[in-house]
Design a protein around this ligand. Structure first.
Ligand SMILES: *[C@@H]1O[C@H](CO)[C@@H](O)[C@H](O)[C@H]1NC(C)=O
Ligand SMILES: *[C@@H]1O[C@H](CO)[C@@H](O)[C@H](O)[C@H]1NC(C)=O
Ligand SMILES: *[C@@H]1O[C@H](CO)[C@@H](O)[C@H](O)[C@H]1NC(C)=O
Ligand SMILES: *[C@@H]1O[C@H](CO)[C@@H](O)[C@H](O)[C@H]1NC(C)=O
Length: 488
């Protein structure tokens, strides 16, 4: 009998409950939008700004950018920031996540020379946001490394962690009276793998698979930790802000129910997300054990004298562990993961180390690019793996070819926010914010202007870079206003 009742309850909750259920954001939940300096600002050499690796790449190697374009002007937000604020105000978002251009503030990358015009630009933007009751959420590093520091080896040189901390100190000191949410580094995996493993970032032509990628990774972890500790010792008491890091992750769904694919999917998560999150968020700190074990084994069979993974000393493990007030999470895709065996040879790589293959499932509904249940599973994985840390979703969004009639983006945002709310309300995931990438179309790195993520269209052939709201802007504005997802 009890079984029958449970079955009946299950049937009703599945068949009817979910469909007619109104999903409301909890009180205090923050809804926002995001951008990054290189992708929107332009003004690449305006008023004393130094050169970044993205300036160098797009100028020297236009053939590496899908449409051979640069971010020299991009959305021209360096000049049009008042329009950006007007659009943010129109959406009535709670927060705006943007990044500081390191070389705009410190032209040579070093903190001995501060560019007053760069400081003024961000002061104007921050003051404008606050005047309109929009919380600034500031990313210190979103990929536009000063070229001068790249010339020293960029993130493969551990000294960059100290120069990053110097930059963080300048930013906390100047802006920290008004900025209460800091993200140290955006998407470490995209930086280290993009540059050193896959050669699809900036700079180009410095590939070093399975070696440079891990050197870069260690420097990034130390840079994050040092800038967090610095906030603790020098600023927290007076400024009372929060500091976190933003990590990107796919959800890795096992391709089959065979144990080797289930284990492969777990490895995919540990190598992809755990590489960054385990040292910071797991109570024991350090890289995930499986990474240390496999990379050491592979290094040995490749005849290296020691592991290609630069180990963390006990002091470094301690320095890094616990350096968070929140977990910034970027998510876009779900992948099918299967186990892959690589030949035993002397060539190292990250892909060989993780021993997986990632594919898409063409049958996924509503489409292989829109997999909301993967987002829910990812949020639950973070909850389980790291003791339910406070998560702020710092990016989520949909790329298309552009145009204001963006029904697919509306569908994407709706079903992903639904999945997020089910994770919060039904699964107890500790998520306090959601941020759409992006408020407007912008310079999508090596893809140039061929992929659009904006709620606002930007006319890139118009010297005035006119912005127009898409259908999705209207949709998101309504969600922010009602704090409720519309029914089907
Ligand atoms: C694996 O097993 C689960 C539970 O039986 C099932 O729901 C799922 O569809 C299976 N997945 C695959 C890929 O066969
Ligand atoms: C590593 O060195 C040993 C001893 O010289 C050799 O037998 C083995 O083939 C080497 N491994 C690879 C993957 O080349
Ligand atoms: C969510 O995280 C915050 C900050 O760490 C913590 O105070 C709160 O107890 C957490 N909530 C849950 C349900 O774990
Ligand atoms: C973009 O701007 C150009 C130049 O001002 C104009 O000719 C064109 O019609 C605009 N495109 C759209 C779609 O509005």
């Amino acid at each position: 009998m009890l079984q029958k009742i449970i079955l009946l309850w299950w049937f009703f909750s599945l068949g009817f409950g979910v469909e007619s259920r109104e999903l409301k954001f909890p009180k205090g939940f923050k809804l926002g939008v995001a951008t990054a300096s290189y992708q929107i600002e332009g003004g690449w050499n305006a008023d004393g700004k130094g050169t970044s690796v993205w300036d160098t790449l797009t100028h020297d190697h236009p053939e590496l950018i899908a449409d051979h374009q640069t971010g020299d002007i991009a959305c021209d937000s360096y000049h049009l920031w008042k329009e950006d604020i007007a659009n943010l105000k129109n959406l009535k978002v709670d927060h705006y996540r943007f990044s500081l251009s390191w070389p705009r503030i410190l032209p040579d990358g070093f903190s001995n020379v501060i560019n007053p015009e760069g400081v003024k630009y961000y002061n104007n933007l921050i003051d404008g946001l606050i005047a309109n009751k929009i919380e600034p959420m500031v990313t210190l590093f979103h990929w536009d490394l000063p070229q001068n520091l790249q010339n020293l080896g960029g993130w493969t040189n551990p000294i960059i962690a100290d120069y990053f901390a110097d930059f963080a100190r300048v930013a906390y000191k100047i802006f920290g009276d008004r900025v209460k949410y800091w993200i140290t580094i955006n998407e470490p995996a995209s930086i280290c793998l993009g540059v050193y493993e896959y050669d699809d970032g900036a700079p180009a032509f410095v590939k070093s698979p399975g070696i440079g990628s891990y050197l870069c990774g260690k420097t990034i972890l130390l840079a994050h930790a040092k800038s967090f500790r610095l906030y603790d010792t020098e600023f927290r008491a007076a400024q009372k802000g929060k500091v976190g890091i933003t990590i990107d992750s796919i959800w890795g769904e096992p391709k089959t129910n065979q144990s080797q694919d289930i284990e492969a999917a777990e490895r995919e998560m540990q190598f992809g997300l755990g590489w960054w999150a385990h040292p910071i968020f797991a109570p024991q700190g350090d890289y995930p054990k499986i990474m240390k074990t496999i990379i050491a084994q592979n290094s040995k069979s490749e005849n290296f004298t020691k592991s290609r993974l630069p180990l963390l000393t006990p002091d470094e493990v301690k320095l890094i562990q616990g350096t968070f007030d929140f977990f910034g999470l970027n998510h876009y895709h779900t992948g099918l993961i299967s186990n892959k065996k690589f030949p035993v040879d002397t060539s190292p790589s990250y892909i060989k180390d993780k021993g997986t293959e990632v594919s898409a499932n063409p049958d996924w509904k509503p489409s292989p690019k829109i997999v909301p249940w993967g987002f829910r599973k990812l949020l639950n994985w973070v909850k389980k793996e790291y003791n339910n840390p406070l998560v702020i979703v710092t990016e989520n969004g949909y790329g298309d070819e552009g145009g204001v009639d963006d029904k697919d983006r509306v569908l994407f945002l709706k079903v992903f926010m639904e999945a997020l709310l089910l994770a919060v309300l039904d699964d107890g995931c500790n998520v306090s914010g959601y941020t759409v990438w992006s408020i407007m179309d912008n310079m999508e790195w090596r893809s140039g202007y061929t992929v659009k993520f904006g709620l606002y269209d930007v006319n890139f052939t118009d010297p005035r870079r006119g912005r127009s709201p898409k259908i999705s802007a209207q949709f998101y504005q309504n969600v922010v206003k009602t704090r409720t997802l519309p029914e089907k």
